[in-house]
Design a protein around this ligand. Structure first.
Ligand code: ADP
Ligand code: ZN
Length: 630
């Protein structure tokens, strides 16, 4: 039976469609143009690969990068689909044999780079094929408003137009604002397309912004905490990339680097080491990643802030394509802002500059907001998110740990003000202020001081009777750390420029919960990172770790998972494909849970289709049996 569902099961090994997939496939099969805006990892490939397999003719897939095409072709072949790619690295003989096989109807999917379409010879060749579909991958590249504009994408529409019979056109992208969507439809001359936006949210990604005093030590402790887990660290410059990579290596982390200043051979080698899991951490400029399909990237750390949320989400989104929990952490430092501002100022065009500054502003807001980070991103892409936030980003989690101290702050600050007013500008330290507020001097000398200056007569005397002195002092420290109060070298308190505006505006003030009763002196809030919940308070990786090592079959499944992973790496090496082309992490995990012991059980593991079962099924079942018998 050749239904989309049967292909999904037999070729790709999946039981059910994900959100949006079936609708898109049906629209495409009915011959309608389609624009699919679906987040990374949502499963866009299946959306056009199934119609391509079912449609009979040749489907042309336009894809911006060789590596991306290669991955897709490898993955399709490993599932028994005879896909092919033509790229600039091939010699003419190879190209010709691919073309012949396509003309003979033996190649359901033909991947090409957009530049191909600029050649007249190639366009003529296309006219001799029975082209059933044209698929444009990474379609945002056609729009100048997107973040990766590729002029050669503009050759697509004329090429389609020159075909004897216009095939259906399908375009896919992960990130597109309304403006970019409209632009894609216009630039590709799509004919009243079916537009499906499944939403941009990537539920398995955990977002966090940190303002660490020392980015390097943050990064080091993070990377060391998760040894062996693949991660990408993005830096803004080649120089930064070099130094960060060097330091990671010096600390025994298998890191490699990638930027435009390296020669092609080294770039390729480093990229492959990372993709094939031989290197753990990729330190790179934004030159790295476009078209990299590595599905098991467990974290993306931005060592520097990118210039826009478009770029940030695109880069951070390279984490967790396989749907497993992954972290996206941005390390903010004030210097990032100046670097980007400087770059924008270098530009000539006024409009471009204005847009760039607007985008920078939105990125900065992301770094400084105490609201939900996920909501911030999704709103940016025009998607609304229920009030209250996602509950699962760095900010949402730390809000849960914070409490409202607005009223306390107002009382404390008025007390500082009144006490100074009463005594001709004399300043007092936190403990005296706490005593006044409690209406209860805690020792003889303070009692005398209070009496001498008449501090028991001011309006704030005793207005915090029920609060412990150390809790008042803790809040005072917090107010000082946040710049609402100032302390001199003797610890005496006074107002800052933020004090009056705060008292007037009645802004809410949230402070991280502390354990009441601890010694207040050591309780100073040291820096923002700590105030926001500490480095590792809630990364999803933490949870992942727990489920892997403390989960149901705990230690065993970790061991089995490692064994299967090793086997996968060997198979991949012998076939010259990346490990995730053999099976994804998720599929291996599912094997560990299901422990399949016969054909039916193995075939019901998500990601195991007919072809893969025949190739690898028994090897993996043997490994599982061995592990069980141990
Ligand atoms: P995208 O191109 O949208 O980033 P991919 O097409 O690479 O995403 O798919 C991401 C992962 O999800 C792949 O491993 C793919 O095999 C898997 N996948 C796709 N569709 C399904 C499905 N219906 N059920 C389970 N997994 C799926
Ligand atoms: Zn949130």
């Amino acid at each position: 039976m050749h239904t989309p569902r049967a292909i999904l099961k037999n070729v790709f090994g999946y039981d059910s469609f994900r959100r949006g997939q079936e609708e898109i496939i049906n629209e495409m099969l009915s011959g309608r143009d389609v624009l699919g805006v679906m987040p990374t990892g949502a499963g866009k490939s299946v959306c056009y690969q199934i119609p391509a397999i079912l449609s009979g003719g040749v489907s042309i897939v336009i894809s911006p990068l060789i590596s991306l095409m290669k991955d897709q072709v490898d993955a399709l072949r490993s599932n028994g689909v005879n896909a092919a790619a033509i790229n600039s690295a091939m010699d003419w003989d190879d190209v010709r044999s691919v073309l012949w096989s396509a003309r003979a109807g033996k190649t359901p999917l033909l991947y090409i780079a957009p530049e191909r379409l600029e050649g007249e010879g190639f366009r003529e060749f296309l006219s001799s094929l029975s082209v059933s579909l044209v698929v444009v991958d990474e379609a945002h590249c056609v729009s100048q408003w997107g973040h990766d504009f590729r002029p050669s994408y503009l050759a697509i529409a004329p090429a389609i137009d020159s075909l004897p019979k216009r095939p259906a056109v399908a375009a896919f992208t992960a990130t597109a604002t309304e403006e970019v969507k409209t632009d894609i439809i216009r630039q590709l001359a799509m004919d009243s397309p079916f537009v499906l936006t499944t939403g941009f949210d990537r539920e398995n990604l955990f977002f966090q912004v940190e303002h660490p005093a020392d980015k390097m030590s943050f990064l080091l402790s993070y990377a060391k905490k998760f040894p062996g887990m693949p991660g990408i660290v993005y830096c803004s410059t080649r120089k930064k990339t070099e130094s960060v990579c060097g330091k990671l290596v010096a600390h025994g982390i298998r890191a490699v680097r990638y930027h435009a200043g390296l020669d092609d051979a080294e770039r390729l080698k480093n990229q492959e080491d990372f993709i094939f899991d031989r290197a753990t951490v990729m330190v790179a400029t934004n030159a790295f990643g476009m078209g990299i399909d590595k599905s098991n990237v467990r974290y993306v750390i931005h060592y520097n802030m990118p210039g826009s949320i478009d770029s940030y989400y695109q880069e951070a989104g390279r984490a967790g394509r396989d749907g497993s929990p992954s972290d996206c952490i941005l390390l903010y430092g004030g210097e990032d802002k100046s670097t980007i501002t400087y770059l924008i100022m270098q530009g000539e065009d006024k409009n471009t500059k204005e847009t760039a500054f607007r985008k920078l502003r939105q990125m900065l807001d992301y770094c400084h907001t105490s609201g939900c980070l996920r909501r911030h991103i999704l709103n940016y892409f025009g998607e609304s998110v229920p009030d209250g936030g996602c509950g699962d980003c760095g900010n949402c989690r730390s809000v849960a740990e914070r409490h409202d101290i607005t009223v306390e702050a107002q009382k404390i600050m008025s007390c500082v003000y009144r006490a100074a007013e009463k005594t001709g500008g004399k300043k007092y330290g936190p403990h005296v202020i706490a005593d006044i507020l409690r209406g209860h001097p805690s020792n003889v000398s303070r009692r005398e001081q209070v009496a001498r200056f008449g501090l028991n007569a001011i309006s704030t005397w005793g207005i915090m009777k029920d609060t412990a002195a150390r809790d008042i002092v803790y809040i005072i420290d917090f107010l000082a750390a946040e710049g609402y109060l100032m302390t001199d070298e003797f610890g005496a308190l006074s107002f800052t420029e933020r004090s009056f505006p705060f008292l007037k505006s009645k802004t809410r003030l949230l402070m991280r919960r502390h354990e009441s009763g601890q010694k207040p002196k050591q309780e100073r809030v040291p820096d923002k990172a700590a105030a926001k919940g500490g480095f590792f308070s809630g990364g999803i990786l933490e949870t992942l770790r727990k489920t892997v090592t403390v989960g149901k079959r705990s230690a065993f499944s970790g061991e089995l998972f490692e064994a299967l992973r090793r086997m996968r790496r060997e198979i991949a090496a012998s076939e010259g494909v990346p490990p995730y082309v053999v099976f994804s992490d998720k599929t291996l995990q599912a094997m560990c849970d299901a422990l399949p012991s016969d054909e039916d059980e193995m075939l019901s593991v998500p990601g195991v289709g007919r072809m893969k079962f025949e190739k690898y099924g028994h090897m993996f079942m043997d490994a599982i049996r061995e592990w069980r018998e141990k």
